[in-house]
Ligand binder design. Structure first.
Ligand code: SAM
Length: 402
């Protein structure tokens, strides 16, 4: 049996520790040497390194071929209300597919439980459900921590809305044209697929799309804002704060609750978006285009904004921010920041996938950026100092001072 030290040395020479930190696998996998090497084999093929065997490579490519079944299965369970049916006020009791269907559709037909079970099995393998098999080989399903994010909260929100927003028919039409953005980056696949209309242009014209976008942002925003704000004191001393692209005003509401020194919050977004935003105490909703103008404040906050704009547009937006704050004022940018290396962690994959989503749907040359990229753009428009704060696992705070 290996000593702990010997084990660590062994794993380090084989680059296994490197895999561990970047893949966030469970440490328990390291206890057993056999499991360890099996896992290495799996990670090798996922890391883009040479797979251990041709069989692994064949399995890996067969997984890629049908990867579309994963988000489509999630969409199906959202439409079938599966997470809420299992959750039932937190009981999370494992249920068979037919029990789930009878809870989801109490007065309707019982549907086809076998087909639902096929979907649940796939999503079990992606960590959305736990599968429980009894002595009679009957399968029951409960929610994992990932599955719980699909449960509707008391405000009617969940991550499910963000899934639905991303998979609307008009957005789905863009994907078969994705490769064209490599050959010609002057137009977005979304625009080509939708008769010349941009995504945000369409959201503004179609109230149901505008509403879904607002609710989708509310459904995911608060989850991240809590950790973003933890341990950050950059809003101290600010009296008037502007949130650029603030959507329904959820971020501003959380910031104002934590910082009573902020007397006035301005939620700035497109006119049709703020027209639908709810009243929030201490917050004024202002409609406009951030490329044209940004309302004045002691400090400016913006979350999840720069990813949809080109470098020139980002410079314009940052410059409008610069002009809207006094000398010594702050711009606090909260963005999903790309790591330098392309690894196979959930975080990196989520960021790289979102980057491709933005390229296909919003702006062919809008993009996710590294900390260094964003710092450079801020300095170019005149900001004097910069610091980055990594409080949350997905979003980074990038603080510029004028
Ligand atoms: C990805 S969402 C982020 C929303 C919010 N900050 C959050 O983190 O949940 C981008 C926001 O930018 C707004 N937006 C897009 N183009 C804009 C423009 N030209 N001027 C002002 N707001 C814009 C959208 O309406 C949307 O609310």
């Amino acid at each position: 049996m290996l000593t702990f030290e010997g084990f660590l040395r062994f794993t380090t020479t084989r680059n296994l520790i490197f895999n561990y930190f970047h893949t966030q696998t469970k440490p328990s996998l390291y206890i057993n040497g056999l499991h360890y090497s099996l896992y290495l084999c799996k990670m090798d093929s996922r890391n883009g390194e040479t797979p251990k065997t041709t069989e692994d490579a064949r399995n890996a490519i067969m997984e890629l071929v049908n990867l579309i079944t994963v988000p489509m299965s999630v969409i199906s369970v959202i439409r079938l209300n599966v997470a809420d049916s299992i959750w039932q006020n937190g009981s999370n009791t494992p249920l068979t597919a037919s029990q789930i269907l009878s809870r989801s559709f109490p007065s309707g037909s019982s549907g086809d439980p076998e087909n639902l079970q096929r979907i649940l099995r796939l999503l079990t393998s992606y960590g959305v459900f736990n599968e429980h098999i009894d002595d009679a080989s009957e399968r029951r399903y409960s929610l994992t921590d990932i599955g719980k994010l699909l449960v509707t909260d008391e405000k009617g929100l969940s991550f499910g809305l963000y899934f639905l927003q991303h998979h609307q028919e008009e957005l789905m039409k863009a994907w078969p044209l994705m490769h064209e953005v490599v050959l010609d980056s002057s137009t977005e696949p979304f625009v080509k697929a939708n008769g010349g209309e941009t995504a945000y242009g369409m959201y503004q014209k179609r109230p149901e799309m505008n509403e879904l976008m607002l609710r989708a942002m509310s459904g995911v925003g608060a989850h991240f804002m809590t950790s973003v704000l933890e341990g950050y004191d950059g809003f101290d001393g600010v009296e008037r704060l502007v949130d650029v692209g603030g959507s329904a005003g959820d971020s501003l509401k959380m910031i104002l609750a934590k910082y009573p020194n902020i007397k006035e919050g301005v939620n700035f977004d497109l006119p049709d978006v703020v027209a639908k935003a709810p009243q929030i105490e201490g917050v004024t909703h202002v409609g406009g285009d951030m490329l044209e103008f940004i309302p004045k404040g002691d400090a400016i906050f913006m979350k999840w904004i720069l990813v949809i704009w080109t470098d020139d547009e980002v410079k314009k937006i940052l410059s409008n921010c610069f002009n809207a704050i006094p000398v010594g004022g702050k711009l606090i940018v909260c963005e999903p920041v790309l790591p330098c290396h392309s690894d196979d962690s959930n975080r990196t994959r989520a960021l790289l996938e979102a980057d491709i989503f933005c390229m296909t749907i919003y702006r062919a040359k809008g993009k996710h950026r590294t900390e260094e990229d964003i710092c450079k753009l801020g300095k170019l428009v005149g900001f004097k100092s910069f610091r980055a704060i990594y409080n949350d696992s997905l979003y980074t705070l990038l603080e510029f001072k004028k």
